[in-house]
Design a protein around this ligand. Sequence first.
Ligand SMILES: Nc1ncnc2c1ncn2[C@@H]1O[C@H](COP(=O)(O)OP(=O)(O)OP(=O)(O)O)[C@@H](O)[C@H]1O
Length: 237
Amino acid sequence: MMPILSVEGVTAGYGRVTVLNDVSLEAGRHGNVGFFGPNGHGKTTLLRVISGLLKPRSGRIFFDGEDITARSARAIVGTGLIHVPQGNRLFPDLTIADCMALGAYSARARPHEAENREKVIELFPKLAERWRQRVRTLSGGERQMVSIGTALMSHPRLLILDEPTLGLAPKIKDELCASVLDISKGGVPLIVVEQDIEFLLELSSQLYLINHGTVATEIKPGESIAHSEIMSMYFGH
Ligand SMILES: Nc1ncnc2c1ncn2[C@@H]1O[C@H](COP(=O)(O)OP(=O)(O)OP(=O)(O)O)[C@@H](O)[C@H]1O
C-alpha cells in the first residue's frame, strides 16, 4: 500500500547552516511514526519541511502520492496534513471557541465543524467548561489541549505533534498522553516527536532516530523494539 507520507532525499537548513542532510523516510496509513533523538539535531526542522513551513533546498515530499514540496503551508493544511508546533503557539486573546472556529477554516474542514467539535469536547471535556475563556488565561496543559483540539478541528488525515508533553506536570502529562492515544485509536495516523521514549514506544509502530540531521536508525513496523536497544541508540553504548 502506498505510504501516506514519503520524504525523499531532503536537505534543508537556515541561511548558510545545513540542518537536514539527505533525509528519506516513510509513514504508513496505519500505525504511528515516532521521531526521537538529541536536542537540536533537526526533528523540528524536519516537521517544518513536511508541513511546508520551511522549503527544502533539495528533495521531495509526497502526501498521499501527491508532490506537495512546492505547495504553501496553507495549501498543505487544506490537504489534511496538520502540524501542531512545539510550545502552544496560539493567539493569546482568542477564546477557546475562536480557536476551534479558526481550526475549521479550510474548505475541507468546514463541513465537519460540528462533528469535530463534539469529538474535541469528548476528548477534552475541560475545554467545554472554559469555552469562552481567553487562551492567555489558560494553564499550560489546557493550552496544549487547545492546540491539539484546534488541529482536530482541521479534520486531519495525518496529524503531526511536536513534543506534545513538553513542560507539563506528570499528572497532566499522563492525561494528555492518554488523549493522544485516543486520537490514534480514532483512526488518525500520527507523527510524533517526543523525548519521553516510553510514551513514544507505546504509541508508535515505526521509529526514526534523527541524529546530526540524518536518519541514523529506522525501526520498521513489525520489527520488535527492545527498550535497551532504544536506550543504546539514544545514549550510546
Ligand atoms: N529559525 C531558525 N534559524 C536558524 N537556525 C535555526 C532555526 N530553527 C532551528 N535552527 C537550528 O537548527 C538546528 C536544529 O534545530 P531543531 O529545532 O530542528 O532541532 P530539534 O531536534 O527539533 O531540537 P529540540 O528537540 O531541542 O526541539 C539547531 O542547531 C537550531 O539552532
